[in-house]
Design a protein around this ligand. Sequence first.
Ligand SMILES: Cc1cc2nc3c(=O)[nH]c(=O)nc-3n(C[C@H](O)[C@H](O)[C@H](O)COP(=O)(O)OP(=O)(O)OC[C@H]3O[C@@H](n4cnc5c(N)ncnc54)[C@H](O)[C@@H]3O)c2cc1C
Length: 306
Amino acid sequence: MEDRTYDCLIVGAGPAGLTAAVYLTRFRRSVAVVDTGASRASRIPRSHNVPGFADGVTGPEILRRHVEQAGVFGVHARRAEVETLATHDEGFTCLSMDENGGRAAIQARTVLLATGVQDNEPAMPELAEAISAGLIRICPVCDAFEAIDDDIAVLGDGPGAVAEAVFLRTYSDRVRLLLTDGAQCLSPDDRERLASRGIGIVEEQIAALVRQDDERMIVRTAGGERLSYDTIYAALGTRARSGLAAQLGAELDAACEAVVVDKHQRASVPGLWAAGDVASSLNQIAVAWGHAAVAATDIHNHLRGG
Ligand SMILES: Cc1cc2nc3c(=O)[nH]c(=O)nc-3n(C[C@H](O)[C@H](O)[C@H](O)COP(=O)(O)OP(=O)(O)OC[C@H]3O[C@@H](n4cnc5c(N)ncnc54)[C@H](O)[C@@H]3O)c2cc1C
């Protein structure tokens, strides 16, 4: 156990956590940042909607710049996983474990959770390569503009996949739905929505997804059909990494388990804030930055008794 108490413990060093760290240190607050190194941003091949980058920017480059800027203010994330968080009269105690099994305890007056979400991924070989080549995409808000007029498939089940296929019709008139649960899970209303927009349905079970070089995605159906697409959107949803908030009894969204926050990013547990994907349904870097600025300013005002 360190014998100091930080003003704020930030769990997560993605765009939300590191933005908050810069704000807080510039408010002259002491922060400890703990991170497992699995930011979703590290998987972005090239983003064209991050403000300020006319030619686009890769996810690793965004993170590199965040780390560099945090370093200017003396913030260096510790590579470890926060396993438990508990409250006491003075604030919070967290227990973390690093890659070598080393354990540490950190005390803080406040905690900001910036732990992001985990993507539910399609089962296929070479998934990382397919994402890197834009053959598998995860977020139409992020990059459907780059798929204009492509031959697009949407992989998923239920209303979420239907909604994503309908969203993508703005970008291409060649959109098809591949159903992980088979076509029987579609309601008559869903079928009508798809048909009225010219979105085809692959009725057979999907047997395999295969990357063909960096050019096309091949889909094999259980019946032996071979289909080919420019890109496949995986509409399989995400899981919020909100387990630490749950440990503290904070309110979570019933549907997606995101941390429920107020307009200052405060969670329902006093002293706890959440920012970025873990507290949002619009999982975007610009949103994470905005959340972090709001949360950090509110944390500072709270600590100075304002
Ligand atoms: C393929 C892909 C493409 C994308 N394209 C775009 C795009 O073009 N534009 C855009 O705006 N967004 C895009 N996104 C989304 C964007 O990456 C996220 O919105 C953004 O990274 C969210 O930032 P965050 O800080 O909230 O979470 P993250 O960046 O995910 O960071 C969370 C951090 O918390 C750490 N962590 C989690 N739990 C613990 C724990 N218990 N202890 C310690 N550390 C922990 C993780 O290791 C991680 O480093 C894309 C995402 C993907 C996957």
